[in-house]
Structures are given as C-alpha cells and as structure tokens.
Unconditional design. Sequence first.
Length: 644
Amino acid sequence: MNGALQNPIWEPGTPGVYAVIIGVSRYDHLQGAPPVNVAPDPYDLSQLGVSALTAHRFYDWLIAKYQCESVPLAKAWVLLSPSPDESRYDTALGNFPVRPTLDNCTEAIEFWAAEMNALPPDVAAKSRAVFFFSGHGLERFDDEQILLPCDYLRPPGHNPDDAISTNHLKRALASCRVPTQLFFLDACRNDHHRLLDFDIQGRRILAVQGSRYANPARITLRVYATASGLQAWAPATPTPGNDISLFGQALLEGLGGEPDMELECVQGVCKIAPAQLQAFLTRRVAALHREHGSRADQPVRMFGHFDQLALAEVSPRPVIVDTPGSTGGGATLSFDSPTPTRGNGWESPDEYQSHDWRDVVESATFRTLEDAEWYPAHLEIYEPKMQRLADGSTIRLTFLISSLSRRSMWVSPDMIGTIWLRFVNRNQSFTICIPDLSSEKSEVKLLADLFFLDKSYQQVLDRVEVSISPETNGVLGEAVKVWWKYRMESALHAAAQLEEQDVMERALREKMASPISATLATIVLLRANHLERLHDWVENLARLFPSISDGQVLLAEQRLRQGGRLQAIQQEMTALQSRPLPAFADAFSYLVNHARDLEEAGAAKSEVPKRVNRALKAFRSGGMFCTFVAPSGTPNPEQRPDKR
C-alpha cells in the first residue's frame, strides 16, 4: 500500500513537501464500538468526534493554501477513520479509503521515509517532511507520546503497545535526507493508571541509525496540542462552525496568518515563524475555551531546533485585535482522554466552593533521602497545617485554590537534603522527589497542584504536579519564572528571557551559588537547543554539585548534541551508579532516552538502565519535579509490583 496522493501542480524532481496525515475518530475496539468488538479492557478510552475532519481540513490547507519558499506539497499519505456523524457531515471523507490501522500507518510511514531518502541531495535539502496526527494519545514523559491507530487493542493480543511512538519517529528521522521536519500532534498527553503496568514504547517503525549518521542540517519542530499530562479538547460531534478540534482550528488560523497574527512582512511576503505561531496558538486556544464556557487548561507546547525557520508564507493583511470570547453558547466538547469526565467534561462556576483537602486525601508524608537509593529510611506524617517533625524541621501549607477538581497549595518545607513528598488517595500514592533546596539563598515555596476526577460521585486523585512557586524571590525566582515561561509558552521564548535577565551567568557566579537556578536554566537552553550559550557551565554543575544527579544527565545530553557518542552516556551511567535518579522531570526524560540508546547499542553494562526502566513504570510527567504513582502500600517506585 503506497497510497500516496500526488499534488498535480508539483513537478517531479523538484523540492516538495512530503506529508503523512492521520485522523482517527472511530476506533474499532474502544468504548462505543459494537460491543462484540470492544477490547476486554479498553482503559476507559472511547470514540472521538472530529479527529478525521481535523486531519482532512489540514490536508485541504496543505494542498490548496500552503505556500513557503516556492516548495509545494509533493505527496501525502492520508489515512482517516471518520465517525458515522463525520461521514454524514462531510461526504468528501469517503475519498480517503485507507484506514489508519497500525499496519497501514506503518506502511505509510515506511513509504514516506523511503521517498524522502531517495531524493537527490540538492532536492532533499530544500524539501520538507510533515507529520500530522489527530486522535487519541498517551504520554509517559516529555517527548514520549504514543499515538493510537484505529485498531488499537486489536484481538487476539489486545496489546497496549501497538501504537505509534513520536519519540521513535523523531530519532529515526535524524538521519533523513530531508532536514526540515515538522510534527503537529493533536492528541492528549496524559496516561492511564492501569496502563502503568505495561512498558509502553510503541512500534519501532523505522530503523534508528547512530549519531554519526545524523543530518547536520536538521531542523525539527514539534507542536503539541497541549502540555504534558493534560488533555486536548474537541467538539463531541461536528456542527457548522464547530467541526474540528480546538487545536486544529487555532493551528489552521495561525498558519493562514489570521488577523490576530503578528506578521513580519518584507516586500509583500509575510513569513510565519514558530515563535509567532506559538504566541498565537496559546492565545487562540484559550479564547476558544472561553467561547465554550470552559475552565480547562490546554497550553499549546512547542519543541525542537528551529531557529530561522519559516512555517508558511501569507500575504499582508490588517491586524485586528480580538476581544475576549463569550462565556457560553459553544458546542458540547469532549476530550481525548483515557479517563471519563463528569457531565460534558466542563466545570461550571457553581462547582467552585470550599473543600477541605483532608476530605479527599487520606495522608501526606515527607521523607528525608539519606542514601543513594530510591527511598529514604525515615517517614514523617503530618496533618495539613504547621507541623514540627522529629528532627526539628517544619512544614507549612498555605491553601490557594480549592474546588471539586483541583486543590492548590504552597508547601514550605524547612528541611535539609533531598526529600520525598507523598500524597495518598484511595489506595494510590503520588510521590514527588524534591531536590536539596537548602543551599538556595531565597526562601523557597513549592506549588503543589492536585487534580481530581469525579467517579461515581467520589473524588479520585488523578494527577499531582509539584514545582517551585513563581512567587520565589532572588536569582532562583527569576530562573523559576523562566521555567514557567518554557512550560506555558515555549523554550524559545524562555531562552530569550534568560538572555535578557542574565540569569545563567548570575546563577553560576561565585562557584554556582544557586545550583537549582543553573539546572533550570540548563534545561531551558537544551530544550531551545542554544548549545553555544552553555559553555562549560553544565560540566561545572555536574562536578561541583554531585548530589544533584540532574547535572550529570544534562551534561551527557549536551555532549551528545555536540557530537559525542556512546562514551558520553557511558560516563553518565557510571556517575549515576551510586547516586539517585534525577529529581527534575525534563532530566529524567533525557535519561530514559540515554538508557535506551545504550541498550540498543548493546552497551548497557551498568545497573542504571534497569533502575530507569523500573522507575519509568511509575513515572508521571507534568510538573517541574518527577512524580511517581504506585499503590499506596508500595514503599517506592522500584518496588512496584509487576502485574504481568
């Protein structure tokens, strides 16, 4: 099944855009399918409303309206699985008969990569690769999103690992002849409690070559519909004016240079840059939520190495400042989520009322990390108020938000050393690793966000995110604000703010007086791929503060980006043999990839990759620090029962 659609205006032998476009609304084995076909455990995943229409609309834009550097769409592999409502709403969907089963997706991606790698070098250098997906998604950590084909959980095996790995595609395409690679991912980035029992990585569709084969001219951009740990929202059924996902609507408006876009125009041509698109998407998706009366959080995220990249070109047009949307009247929305929601999935204002945190969380504990293992020896239990612990240290909680779906609080621990913060709810515990903050000159407040689901009129803790509060003062406070900008906007915006405020230099002055600030700044610069600004600072962080394992991981990532090979990872693994795993979620994500690279090369001689794989089963992304989920009776992530 080649199945490629060739653009009639494209001239073979010239540069072009090669695209894979997948939209999945109808799933064969999830809830809502004929009962005889539903998997024994569909993990609460159900049918979607407008994903096929969203993908089809993206294809229409790409073939009819896309312009950039005189390179048109060349070929596209379009795979759609529309819902019955979508098929009735737009009969043009019937023109795309190839369904996005895992086998069909695999074959399309293989033909896509083969076509690009067969291009002459001069043609490939000016061509582009585009991957668009709208449908169900899961994520274990940043950059490890799994995209679900229409036959997900197919019999007889009902294998939850039969899916598409975005991380694998990114790594495999590093050696592709076509250097400019754009990914638009309109899917959720959360996970499911029961799926934590499986080592889900997705199918390895393309071969991953060693770093020496990487294309040095590679430019990558990955645009996610939402932040790690959150859902992506869309209408439950198509209606005029509400027939594609919120992200899809904002994306097509932004790529088309809608009036609210800030454009840089030269000689009648306006180029849309990633930073401009990011700012527009963040603003527009929030406005669309307001128009539907929604309080949901869906911050669009952007990653990659994309300096000087133009995404599209449009004609100049007047700028019109949009007014805030209304608070009602929108379509009924649903979200691509592995967990059911109350009502139509939206919170109404009357749900906001005072609730005692103790009503839904049975206990909270602090543990002091006294050795290099996963868990410490001492356990202290406290009530949600000021409490003096046995060693004389104190913990203070300050409540900020209390609603049926969310509890937010400041946590102010007066403790020395790395600590664990654990929340327990209904036989499940969420454990967060907090690095040693005692060397920081500023008073540190932690911001803890607890998110709940309403299941059968019982509140179940679904997600916990802990980060340093942006209310923190001093150099650390500035670095924290930059991290929040990275999380809510993009690494590119955050890196620019770092440079403006001279945060990195100040954090590293006087023998790195603020190692946490330096760690946060390094994460932002690596995410933005500003390697030239790192100098030897990361090496100093790893050397001067060996108790912060994140420094060693970030150093290995820097060396790999600068052309280092497996030796950098092996040095990292040796250093981590007697240390705890990283406390920061971004560093842990890098470590997972390093461990996999080592295993694929057959060079995993240390125990660290095994520790990483054990921890990954319980890892949840979302906040600044690593969160691990396990049954409440499990002492630590590495001792989590293996239920295979």
